[in-house]
Design a protein around this ligand. Structure first.
Ligand code: PBG
Length: 325
């Protein structure tokens, strides 16, 4: 008998065979599309470092969502650009804050679209940190009340799910308790459970105007070198009532994503962040990468690693490509 007997290539010989044995199939059902909403009318301000992404006013957002809904993308993640920033991030939890307005308008026009809100203070504080500042550091416990208040005001505006991204200790428990007390015990929490202090958030800080005005976020976001710690963060959030746990960024943390899915079995989201998007867009613009193939390969890889949900700025393009087949 000639060598080799086992020939893996037999199952790669045609697209029909490849389709039959394919293990991971990316679909539009996996995707959430992040949006950046600003006050005003007719605003459509491109984010320079994220081609295809813009700050939009509510009216423009509603027009854009027509395509998002038509493509069958299940949900959006809403970020807000406030009219004014202050030390306490007041617009974050104001009933007529930009996110609250956007949520009301989107739910009125697209009741079937899942509206998830990012719950954080950094876009709303004058210092750009995710909590209150005391003696030059972010003061954990007093920040919790404002974060919880923000989540409740999003739910009151009609948000289907809230996603706290501040990385304060105990925030999931605080948000859960506040939602329950306000009558929103059916609103799930998707916690940014393992959120790393990453260089890949660079372009987002332009998009959301949320760069810290002093220091950095390493005293509250995780050290990229740690994976066991991510498991502890995840279990803690689950114990505090998180319904979905998120790993962020995605591509440099696929091992963490894999372990979290394997070890918890809970629904897991991966956030393919602004820098991951910007890098691909930049290379594709230069003709150095085939954008469609690269994006679909990466998103499939994120799903293969264990993500049930992928939050990505490529969502619209990916949904279009997946439809074309
Ligand atoms: C807010 C927040 C950030 C992102 C999501 N929520 C920025 C940060 O922590 O600095 C990053 C998203 C992205 O880069 O696409 N805390």
């Amino acid at each position: 008998m000639g060598f080799p007997v086992v020939r893996p290539r037999r199952l790669r010989s045609s697209e029909t065979i490849r389709r039959l044995v394919r293990e991971t199939v990316l679909t539009v059902d996996d995707l959430i599309y992040p949006v950046f909403v600003a006050h005003g009318q007719g605003i459509n301000r491109p984010v320079e470092s994220m081609p295809g992404v813009a700050n939009v006013s509510v009216d423009v957002l509603l027009r854009e969502l027509e395509e998002v809904a038509e493509l069958g993308i299940p949900g959006i993640l809403v970020f807000g650009l406030p009219a004014a920033k202050d030390e306490y991030g007041r617009e974050a939890y104001s009933d007529d804050g930009i996110v609250q307005r956007a949520v009301r308008a989107v739910k009125e026009n697209y009741p079937g679209l899942l509206v998830v809100t990012d719950v954080c203070l950094c876009e709303y504080t004058s210092h750009g940190h995710c909590g209150l500042i005391k003696d030059g550091t972010v003061d954990n416990d007093p920040s919790l009340e404002l974060i919880a208040r923000t989540a409740v005001s999003h739910a009151a505006a009609g948000a289907d799910m809230v996603a706290p991204s501040d990385m304060m200790d105990g925030r999931v428990g605080a948000v859960r308790a506040a939602l329950d007390e306000a009558g929103f015990n059916q609103v799930p929490i998707m916690s940014y459970a393992a959120k790393y202090a990453s260089a890949f958030y660079g372009p987002f800080r332009e998009a959301a105007d949320s760069a810290p005005q002093f220091g950095d976020r390493r005293a509250y976001q995780m050290d990229p070198a740690n994976a066991d710690e991510a498991l502890r963060e995840v279990w803690q959030d689950l114990e505090e009532g998180a319904d979905i746990v998120m790993i962020k960024p995605a591509l440099a943390f696929l091992d963490v994503l894999y372990r979290v899915k394997q070890e918890t079995g809970h629904p897991v989201a991966a956030y393919s962040v602004s820098g991951e998007y910007a890098a691909i867009k930049a290379a594709a613009e230069r003709g150095w990468l085939d954008e469609r193939r690269t994006v679909l390969e990466i998103l499939t890889g994120i799903k293969r690693a264990g993500a049930d949900i992928i939050i990505t700025y490529h969502a619209r393009d990916a949904a279009r490509w997946l439809r074309q087949g």
